[in-house]
Structures are given as C-alpha cells and as structure tokens.
Design a protein around this ligand. Structure first.
Ligand code: NAG
Ligand code: NAG
Ligand code: NAG
Ligand code: NAG
Ligand code: NAG
Ligand code: NAG
Ligand code: NAG
Ligand code: NAG
Ligand code: NAG
Ligand code: NAG
Length: 498
C-alpha cells in the first residue's frame, strides 16, 4: 500500500497534476446565423459547459461570459501574431485590451497564442516564442501570470513516428522553436496545447487503424496496440497520440510539462468520400471521449494524470470552406438544437443534463393520415394543446401537412403530460424519439431552444377561450374521448371524400 502510494506520488509529481481533468468546448463562429453572445452563453449554461476556448478575444463574447463562472481560454488569432511577436508594446496593448479589461469578471484562465502556427503559418514560427514571452511579461506586470497560462496549440502532425509512442519525436526542423518553447512552458508552469484528431489519423491510415480503435470502442486483446519498447497497451488513438507527445517532449529532456488537448472531435456528416463522418460515429467518439477524460484515466504512460480536453466544437459552422465534414463538427446547430444526443446518462457534469434525456413524441412514419388528422383534432381540442403555432403565418404552419402538424401537437401533449407513460400513443400513430423535430423558428415544446432554455410551449391549464387556441379555425373540434373524435373525424372525412 505504502509503495503504491509512493509510486502514485512520484507519477503525480512527474507531470504535475493534482487537478481533475475537465471537458470544455471550442466556439467557432463561421456560421451564417451565428447566435448572439447572450444566446451562446445561455446554451453553455443550459448544458453545464464550464470551460470554453474562443478563437479570438471578442469583446461582446467576453462581456457575455462575465460573472458566469465559465473559464475561458482566449486566443491571439494567427493574423495578429507577427505584430505581437515583433513588439513587446503591441503585445502589452493586446493584453490590456483583451484580457486586463475583462478580468476578474470574466474568468480568463489561458491565452492560446496563435493556432497550429508551425504547420499553418510557418513564416511566423521565428517570432512565436517571443510572442509568448511578450504576452507573459505583460501578465507578470499586472500580476496575472499566476492565474492565466500562456501557450500555443500545435497540430499533432509535428510529431513524427508517433507509433509506437515511445519512439515519437518532434519534427527536428522545428527544434529551434520547440526547445525554447518547452523551456518557456516549463519555467512558467504552463502546458503543451495539442490538437488531437483520431478522425484524420484513421482516414489517412489506409485501413491500418481500425475504426473501433479511433472511436474508443473496446478491442479484442489481440487487436490492442502494444508499444514493444515499453510494453504499454493502447486501446485508443487518442491516448497513443497524447503519449507520443509526452515521449517527444522527454526526448528533448522535458518531463514535467502537462498536456491539454485544445481540439478533438469527430464530424457527424460528410460527402461520399467521407463515409465515416456519421452521426453515430460522432456520437460514439465524443461520448466515449467525455467518459474517458472525466474519469481521470490519464494515458498508459501517465495513468491518472489529467488530460483536460476541449471538444471541437460547439456549433456546426456552415460557412467553413472545404469538404462537407468541415462544416459538421458541431454538437449543436445554430438554433442550439443538439445535432445528436450524447450517450452520457450517468456521466455527470458536462452536457449530461438536457441532451441525454430529451425525448419527443412524433407521428409514426407511414401512419394513416386520417388517423393522424383525428388524433391532431383531439390533441388541439379535448387534449388542451396550445395549437396556435400551427396557424397560417405562425412559426409551425410550414410544412402545412398532417404529419408535420400532428407531430407538433402530439409532442406538445406529451410534454405537457410530463412525458408520462402512455401519453405518446394516440392509438398507435405516435412514437417517441430523441431527435428534436424543431425546425427554423418552430421550436417544439421540450426543446432546448436557441436561448438554451427548455421550451415548455404550453401551460397545463390553457385558457378556455377555445377560439384563441388556434385550432378551431383550422381543425375539427372533438368533444368527447379520443375514440369518439376518431369516429366523428373519420365519418366527416368519409363524407368529404366519398
Ligand atoms: C516587455 O515589457 C514589459 C513591460 O510591459 C517589461 O517588464 C518586460 O521586461 C519586457 N519584456 C521583454 C521580453 O522585453
Ligand atoms: C476562475 O477560475 C479559477 C480556476 O478554477 C478559480 O480558481 C477562480 O476562483 C475563478 N475565478 C472567478 C472569479 O470565478
Ligand atoms: C518537418 O518539417 C519541415 C518544415 O516544415 C517539413 O518541410 C518536413 O516535411 C517535415 N518532415 C516531415 C517528415 O513531416
Ligand atoms: C538530454 O539529457 C541527456 C542526459 O543528461 C543528454 O545526454 C542529452 O544530450 C540531452 N538531450 C537533449 C536534446 O538536450
Ligand atoms: C476509469 O478509471 C479506472 C481507474 O482509474 C479504470 O479502471 C476504468 O477502466 C476507467 N473507466 C473508463 C471508462 O475509462
Ligand atoms: C434520464 O432518464 C432516466 C430514466 O427515465 C432517469 O433515471 C435519469 O435520472 C434521467 N437523467 C437525467 C439527467 O435527467
Ligand atoms: C442538471 O442541471 C441542474 C441545474 O442546471 C442541476 O441542478 C443538476 O444537478 C443537473 N443534473 C445532472 C445530472 O447533471
Ligand atoms: C430568446 O431570445 C430571443 C431573441 O432571439 C428573445 O426575443 C427572447 O425573449 C428570448 N427568450 C428567453 C426565454 O430568454
Ligand atoms: C416548464 O414546466 C415545468 C413543469 O411542467 C415547470 O416546472 C417549469 O417551471 C416550466 N418552465 C417554464 C420556463 O415555464
Ligand atoms: C378569446 O378569443 C377572442 C377571439 O380570438 C379574442 O378576441 C379574446 O381576446 C380571447 N379572450 C381571451 C380571454 O383570451
């Protein structure tokens, strides 16, 4: 026991880490319908997201994040890097305007200086370390260096020979940058920021990397990757890449620098050349990732050492150039509606609340339209559903067909009955789904609307002013039980059509 504790202490002190790992989310803003900062923050709150990374230091966003308790990593965009890396005064100005002006109300905890500079903007590489040092000295001057870390996110492609991890090293051409950079990170108690994309590793491996290994799915023991030098077993690509980075640092004699994964994720949609960019795979990857990170599992090389991780990304970014998958890494669409419901029940803190248990009641595929119409009439009548959104000119009028309208009414009834068993049946023409049927400005009851708040849509006691419910003018009003309504409706329809 004592030996175990001692070992544990040694491990912990090797890569500092008495903190629990967290999961945060990146917020990209290339959306044609970008939600306002207030709406973004409402979504973060509703989803219990407590850590975010911005790709800039947008003033309105930082103001909206004030007094929320959310911890924020701000970024120096690549196009400002040359200026900052060449002038201490420019760096100090940047810090004054984008950081000092906002703390402590906005809890800025890190500055990411540039993004994948060595691979994306190599001509700025010579000033990268100066930029970090200038920014850091401005923080020191304001006594903020203790609470705000300075680092720079790297593409994992700067790590060569990354499997087996024990043989990994940073591309030697970058030694003139990496060595002083790691010295800076170590001396300031900062961390290595690393972007880890098992999706691309898998795509580029030509079948060498099994999909299950990329998605954190269990592998049969004979398929697990073993590092022959260390005999460490790797059950997923994510751990192997993080360990490759630890080994690459120790190859340069830096052994005390922790790693934060600044980006990782999986796209939920792709074109025909991207068959593994699917809802199911994105859900599996991110759900397993969150479980893995929050469990403080660490990696085979550094078990139980926190590897905090930011998911890429909060929203699907429809304006991003490139393939279909490029636009589909988000957890939510611009309306704040989840792209998929993470399999996280029981996982606890992040995204655990509203996305896990969201269920909706919808019209069954292929249901008899007459049965649907009758059930719709019942819901908007005796069922006391507030059906006015279905009226012409109102948000849920389009598409104007019985499937769409009955789906709205069934769901509203189901939500107003607190989803109790048996309230999503409607004589067998309704069924429960986890996919939010909201569309455009038609936000369904029970949906996490654009503001991140659950929409109730209706109260349990609608006014008795039946004409104001909006149904009367459009739908037949049954008076008795659902069965009676069906009979009457069918009779009426028969009368019309026969
Ligand atoms: C940059 O300027 C600060 C004052 O803002 C000064 O304290 C610091 O020494 C300078 N740093 C460098 C690297 O020149
Ligand atoms: C900011 O985050 C840090 C790190 O968790 C925490 O210690 C501190 O209390 C937070 N500050 C505010 C003002 O919320
Ligand atoms: C290493 O980096 C240099 C400079 O960017 C690049 O030209 C070279 O292709 C890289 N080497 C490998 C093996 O990726
Ligand atoms: C790392 O340290 C070892 C032992 O002190 C030394 O032999 C080696 O040259 C160092 N490597 C680098 C890249 O500094
Ligand atoms: C959680 O961590 C424990 C030990 O720390 C480990 O045995 C277990 O497999 C981990 N679970 C997951 C889902 O990673
Ligand atoms: C989700 O639903 C299940 C079963 O209805 C329930 O046991 C669980 O507590 C719910 N979780 C949340 C986060 O509401
Ligand atoms: C869900 O959120 C509410 C308030 O936002 C919080 O009190 C509750 O603990 C959360 N439940 C879970 C399972 O995270
Ligand atoms: C939601 O946001 C809209 C603006 O898009 C605003 O008009 C509305 O009042 C907000 N609703 C709530 C409940 O905050
Ligand atoms: C939604 O309905 C629930 C119970 O049906 C109620 O507790 C809650 O306050 C309502 N929320 C809003 C925003 O009306
Ligand atoms: C009842 O409906 C009529 C006609 O739509 C409307 O003028 C009136 O204000 C409504 N009364 C109430 C109490 O909602």
């Amino acid at each position: 026991m004592a030996i175990f504790l001692l070992l544990l202490l040694l491990l912990v002190s090797a890569v500092a880490g008495d903190e629990d790992a967290f999961v945060g989310v990146n917020i990209g803003t290339d959306l044609s319908d970008m939600p306002s900062p207030t709406q973004v923050v409402a979504l973060l709150k509703a989803q219990s997201i407590k850590y975010v990374r911005l790709y800039d230091a947008d003033r309105a966003m930082l103001l909206a994040l004030a007094n929320t308790g959310i911890q924020v990593t701000v970024s120096v965009p690549n196009d400002q890097l040359l200026g900052i890396g060449q002038s201490n005064a420019t760096a100090a100005n940047w810090v004054a305007r984008n950081v000092i002006a906002h703390v402590p109300a906005t809890n800025i905890t890190a500055i990411a200086v540039g993004s994948e500079v060595l691979t994306a903007l190599p001509n700025a590489a010579p000033v990268l370390v100066s930029a970090l040092k200038f920014i850091h000295s401005a923080l020191v001057a304001s006594n903020l260096d203790g609470q705000i870390k300075v680092s720079t996110p790297h593409s994992s492609s700067i790590i060569l020979d990354s499997f087996p991890p024990s043989q990994a090293f940073f591309n030697r051409s970058w030694d003139p940058v990496m060595v002083p950079l790691l010295k800076f990170l170590q001396s300031t108690g900062s961390y290595l920021m690393l972007n880890v994309y098992p999706y691309y590793d898998y795509m580029q491996s030509n079948g060498v990397i099994p999909l299950d290994y990329a998605l954190f799915r269990p592998l049969p023991p004979n398929k697990e990757a073993v590092d022959a030098n260390t005999l460490l077993h790797y059950t997923n690509v994510f751990d192997a890449v993080v360990d490759a980075a630890y080994f690459a640092m120790s190859y340069l004699n830096f052994t005390k620098i922790p790693i934060v994964v600044t980006e990782t994720g999986w796209p939920s949609k792709g074109d025909s050349s991207e068959p593994d960019a699917t809802l199911e795979n994105a859900n599996t990857y991110n759900s397993n990732l969150i479980r893995h990170v929050l469990n403080n599992t660490g990696t085979p090389k550094h078990p139980r050492i926190a590897v905090s991780t930011y998911i890429y990304e909060l929203y699907n970014e429809d304006l991003r150039p490139g393939s279909v998958s490029e636009k589909n890494w988000g957890l939510f669409d611009a309306n704040g509606i989840p792209v998929y419901i993470l399999h996280l029940t029981g996982a606890g803190t992040v995204l655990a609340n509203d996305t896990t248990n969201q269920t909706f009641c919808v019209a069954k595929e292929g249901a008899d339209p007459k049965m649907l119409q009758a059930a719709l009439d019942w819901a908007c009548g005796p069922g006391k559903v507030e059906c006015s959104p279905l009226l012409q000119g109102h948000p849920c009028y389009e598409p104007d067909n019985v499937v769409s309208h009955s789906t709205y009414a069934f769901n509203a009834y189901f939500q107003q009955m607190a989803k109790s068993p048996g309230t999503c049946d409607f004589k067998g023409v309704a069924t429960i789904t986890t996919t939010d049927p909201s569309h455009g400005s038609c936000i369904f009851p029970g949906s996490i609307g654009k503001n991140g708040t659950i929409t109730n849509g209706t109260s349990l006691a609608p006014s008795s002013n039946s004409t104001s419910s909006g149904c009367a003018s459009q739908y037949f009003y049954g008076t008795g039980s659902f069965t009676t309504s069906v009979i009457i409706a069918v009779l009426l329809l028969s009368a019309v059509f026969l």
